[in-house]
Design a protein around this ligand. Structure first.
Ligand SMILES: *[C@@H]1O[C@H](CO)[C@@H](O)[C@H](O)[C@H]1NC(C)=O
Ligand SMILES: *[C@@H]1O[C@H](CO)[C@@H](O)[C@H](O)[C@H]1NC(C)=O
Length: 494
């Protein structure tokens, strides 16, 4: 009797364990996500069974440091890898799935960063059995809009260079010349940047008779709908022929011995890692040497230690210019202009030595970003002459310009322009007087736009022009001031 009872107990136990602790296998899928987004890492049991009583452990390389541990019917707050705190949760891989009850042990990760890319292990254990499987997460990053640089070749054609930074994985690049596309690039290279991102650059040579415009598109193979494009009008008079320039253009054509070098974080990286020169597929030998000398121009928060406080004196401002009480907000007064430089204003502080940094705000909430503006430096005499004669200056103006036709660009005798699809919202300007460099940055994207190289031998003043008929005023931003360093020689305008 006793024996029989024991037998029943053992038998019952056996049935029990075969139904609740059956063996299972674990299945996973790889996943891809854009940086900053949320992603579900799929993992499930087969056959379908209840996992509520099981342990679910997701880890990367160290079993003892999971990013998520489910045990005793709840997610445990420790142990947990610190970098995943508050970013992970059990999450069914499909909205219709009822999760753990159906053996779905998938998790979600929020605010994905580049370090999250790589291998994950999904480990599931019941009291009788355990299984694990590895899956891989790919993190992709959409880079910055391309920057185009134009230069004229000796046979009077146009060389267009395109560069775009901050991509993961290495992006694809495509040129289009009007309706003829795609256009074969003259050179194409990818380069690793800091932080595991990639930049891409390429160039083509074309003639302005071939098409109205040329464009450079950069995109990830997996996300063809998210294309970053920059386009340039090849018919701009001032570029093709200096003589037939429009009045607006004429005002900017300035004789300066500037050479515009397009320098990016990538180039900086190239030099640092001493990569081969031919990978800098930008421009001629001459340009290249300027690129290499101007390498340390990547955007950096450190430039702000050279911040200067600039205001426009209402009393001395041009008649057509409206200056706010604080001397920092500029717009036109709505009257017709005879020359665009009637809205040019110089800051109250001049520089004849040292390094100086200031920022210009080009966007206000709920209004489109500014289209027309100039910002840079100029000598006092250059601006005065321009106003009186209403004609083309021949020297003393170093600026970045924006208008509706040419986009953001600079001008010089050697006809090097830069074009971008996207206008900066905050423009950072860094003057290194002694080195003869004036650099422009898109501070929001943390991107270097262009550097004008020259030798300054007169005092230069910050120059601003808010353009005509714009809803958004131009703002000179107030930056936290640091005490001037002994070699930052600041001159007050009289
Ligand atoms: C998941 O990604 C890894 C590494 O990239 C690869 O080896 C594996 O074949 C992929 N698995 C599936 C199911 O695509
Ligand atoms: C997670 O959230 C808790 C509570 O809100 C907070 O105390 C903790 O600092 C957060 N951890 C991380 C890494 O953000």
């Amino acid at each position: 009797m006793y024996r029989f009872g024991l037998l029943i107990t053992v038998f019952a136990h056996l049935i029990c364990s075969t139904t609740t602790a059956a063996t299972f296998s674990v299945s996973v899928d790889n996943a891809t996500v854009l940086m900053g987004g949320s992603v579900t890492l799929p993992c499930w049991l087969s056959p379908t069974m209840d996992a509520e009583e099981m342990d679910v452990r997701w880890y990367r390389s160290d079993y003892n440091k999971p990013l998520l541990l489910y045990r005793d019917r709840k997610v445990q707050s420790s142990p947990q890898m610190e970098q995943y705190q508050n970013r992970t949760a059990l999450m069914p891989r499909e909205p219709t799935s009822s999760g753990l009850k159906q053996g779905d042990v998938s998790i979600r990760i929020d605010r994905v960063n580049l370090q999250d890319a790589g291998k994950y292990v999904c480990y599931v254990s019941s009291s009788q059995h355990y299984e694990s499987e590895a899956m891989y997460l790919k993190v992709e990053v959409i880079g910055a809009p391309p920057i185009l640089t134009l230069s004229r070749t000796e046979d009077d054609r146009v060389k267009v260079s395109c560069i775009s930074t901050g991509w993961q994985p290495a992006p694809q690049l495509q040129w289009s010349l009007g309706a003829q596309q795609p256009l074969q690039p003259g050179g194409l290279s990818h380069s690793p940047e800091a932080d595991g991102l990639f930049s891409v650059q390429s160039w083509v040579v074309c003639s302005s008779s071939e098409s109205q415009w040329i464009s450079c598109s950069v995109f990830l193979p997996s996300m063809k709908e998210d294309v970053k494009e920059a386009r340039v009008d090849l018919q701009i008079n001032s570029f093709t022929t200096d003589s037939g320039a429009s009045p607006w253009m004429t005002a900017f054509i300035i004789a300066l011995l500037a050479i515009i070098a397009l320098v990016t974080a990538m180039v900086l990286h190239l030099r640092k890692t001493k990569m081969k020169k031919e990978e800098v597929a930008l421009g001629t030998q001459e340009e290249e040497s300027h690129l290499l000398t101007a390498c340390d121009l990547a955007y950096s928060e450190d430039m702000k230690i050279h911040a200067v406080d600039i205001t426009i004196e209402k009393a001395t401002a041009p008649a057509r210019l409206k200056v706010a009480q604080n001397g920092k907000t500029l717009r036109d007064n709505g009257e017709a202009l005879e020359s665009d430089c009637e809205l040019c204003a110089l800051g109250n502080t001049g520089f004849s030595k040292g390094k100086h940094y200031w920022e210009v705000g080009l966007r206000m909430p709920n209004v489109p970003v500014k289209q027309f503006w100039w910002a840079g430096v100029a000598t006092d005499s250059a601006v005065k002459t321009m106003r009186e004669q209403k004609s083309t200056p021949t020297s003393g103006l170093w600026c970045l310009y924006s208008d509706d036709k040419s986009g953001v660009h600079t001008k010089s005798e050697s006809s090097h322009y830069i074009y971008r699809a996207q206008r900066p919202e905050v423009l950072g300007i860094f003057l290194d007087y002694d080195e003869g460099r004036l650099s422009f940055y898109d501070t929001k994207l943390g991107q270097h736009l262009v550097t004008l190289k020259s030798s300054f031998n007169e005092t230069v003043y910050p120059l601003f022009n808010p353009g005509q008929g714009e809803t958004t005023p131009l703002q000179i931003l107030s930056l936290p001031q640091t005490t001037p360093k002994p070699n930052d020689y600041v001159l007050n305008k009289v």
